[in-house]
Design a protein around this ligand. Structure first.
Ligand SMILES: Cc1cc2nc3c(=O)[nH]c(=O)nc-3n(C[C@H](O)[C@H](O)[C@H](O)COP(=O)(O)O)c2cc1C
Length: 429
């Protein structure tokens, strides 16, 4: 997409009399000209992969319906200018668990004025790791390393939450301090030999892990984040307690729904008390069984959690739609999501396989307040603008999602093209 076609799109857009096009145009101006810019002097990468754009959406037309994704939303204390959220995306480029300077440009590129970003899953302790080069937030060095990244997002008017996680049994001794066993709700091993048999946490150890989450949240605020998202999804530690096909405990953290949800809710409560409810979100995936984390009654589990969360008045609840659980990622089961949405009192965010049209429908039909986009945002740093303009999208390049896909970590990271190429190396101060 070059400048000429962008201005053509804009010209088309300004010709429309509908309020949607007018809103889109206003958003374009808002996203573009609201802050002073300076150029980031990174060299253009000679290894840059050529990403082929493909058109997934039609250009705006006079019959184009209003775009609810591009409407403001007040999420508690935060005034968001639109509903297109950057989903948490592990990129495995934080060497030794330390966030790197290249993340400044990466997150800054994905920031829009009034847009909400959720940082990649970030470890709460030295036992939390299970993947190469994922960031942490349990040491002073981690906190200091996050600061310039958070500053860059704030300089462009973004709102930035840090996703904090513990992988539990999705790990092996190679990631653990002193080569110890990973911890979990259970001592049942995952089938793959990639993982080591976990050690079931003793009841009296659980408060220590709750405390790790609390300190990580405090550290995130110290690093400048606006809040934290507790990773309660995708078969990681908190999910290992919630799901009845993993949790086989007989203490007060196992058995009944109330018992299985006790630990995640203790984490929520500790963090709410530490940093304030309006800075806390949580991600849940009751319908998804990644890493052998199925539940016999996912809707009942989801409902129990959202009802319990209502007690805390947190900033948002973020639920991954069931369709991501199937190969192809397009299994529709919005009913169960609507039930959770209706049961939850606060801001409800959805994710998992949404494209622009799905997002428009989800917001337009009041099935969600916010939509988090993963792969499309990864490949389209200016995704809110593209959605506003109904512009073509870059394809994502799967082999470079994680480190190891290319010898240069910046490839497939900082080099996805913008609609307007001038923007791609821009960081604001
Ligand atoms: C490369 C990659 C990394 C991801 N990392 C995380 C993560 O750190 N935390 C998380 O909760 N989900 C993670 N996810 C899941 C995404 O947040 C999102 O839910 C998923 O991609 C489905 O949304 P999409 O269809 O918009 O991509 C990741 C997904 C991808 C593709």
């Amino acid at each position: 997409m070059n400048k000429r076609s962008t201005s053509l799109l804009l010209r088309n857009c300004t010709r429309q009399s509908s309020s949607s096009s007018f809103e889109s145009f206003c958003l374009y101006l808002h996203l573009h000209f609201s802050h002073f810019k300076f150029k980031f002097n990174s060299n253009p990468n000679p290894n840059r992969i050529k990403f082929n754009s493909h058109t997934t959406m039609a250009a705006p037309s006079s019959t184009h319906p209003p775009n609810p994704l591009i409407t403001p939303y007040k999420m508690g204390r935060f005034n968001l200018s639109h509903r297109v959220v950057l989903a948490p995306l592990t990129r495995e480029r934080s060497y030794n668990n330390v966030p790197q300077p290249h993340a400044v440009l990466y997150y800054s590129q994905r920031t829009s004025n009034g847009g909400l970003l959720i940082a990649e899953a970030t470890g709460v302790s030295d036992t939390a790791q299970g993947y190469p080069d994922t960031p942490g937030i349990w040491t002073r060095e981690h906190v200091e390393a996050w600061k310039p990244i958070v500053d860059a997002v704030h300089a462009k008017g973004g709102i930035f939450f840090c996703q904090i996680w513990h992988v539990g049994r999705v790990s092996n001794t190679g990631y653990q301090p002193n080569g110890q066993q990973p911890i979990s709700s259970t001592d049942k091993a995952l089938k793959s030999t990639e993982y080591t048999q976990p050690r079931r946490l003793r009841t009296d150890e659980i408060p220590n892990v709750v405390n790790d989450f609390r300190i990580a949240a405090r550290n995130a605020i110290e690093a400048g984040f606006d809040g934290v998202e507790i990773h309660g999804a995708h078969g990681f530690l908190l999910d290992q307690f919630m799901k009845d096909q993993v949790n086989d405990r007989t203490d007060q953290y196992g058995g009944s729904l109330e018992n299985r949800c006790r630990f995640p809710l203790e984490v929520v409560e500790a963090i709410v008390n530490e940093i304030g409810a309006d800075r806390v979100g949580i991600r849940l995936s009751p319908f998804i069984d990644y890493s052998e984390s199925g539940d016999s009654n996912p809707l009942q589990l989801g409902l129990y959690m959202v009802n319990a969360l209502n007690r805390y008045n947190i900033a948002y609840c973020h639920v991954v739609a069931p369709r991501m659980g199937s190969i192809g990622g397009k299994v529709q089961n919005p009913e169960s999501m609507v039930i959770l949405r209706n049961a939850f009192n606060g801001s409800f965010m959805v994710a998992g396989g949404y494209d622009r049209e799905d997002g428009i429908k989800a917001i337009g039909e009041n099935r969600a307040d916010l939509v988090a986009y993963g792969r499309w945002f990864l490949a389209n740093p200016d995704l809110p603008k593209r959605f506003a303009l109904n512009a073509p999208l870059n394809k994502y390049h799967r082999p470079t999602f994680y480190i190891g896909g290319h010898p240069d970590p910046l490839v497939g990271y900082n080099d996805y093209p913008f609609l307007d190429d001038d923007e791609s190396n821009t960081v604001r101060s």
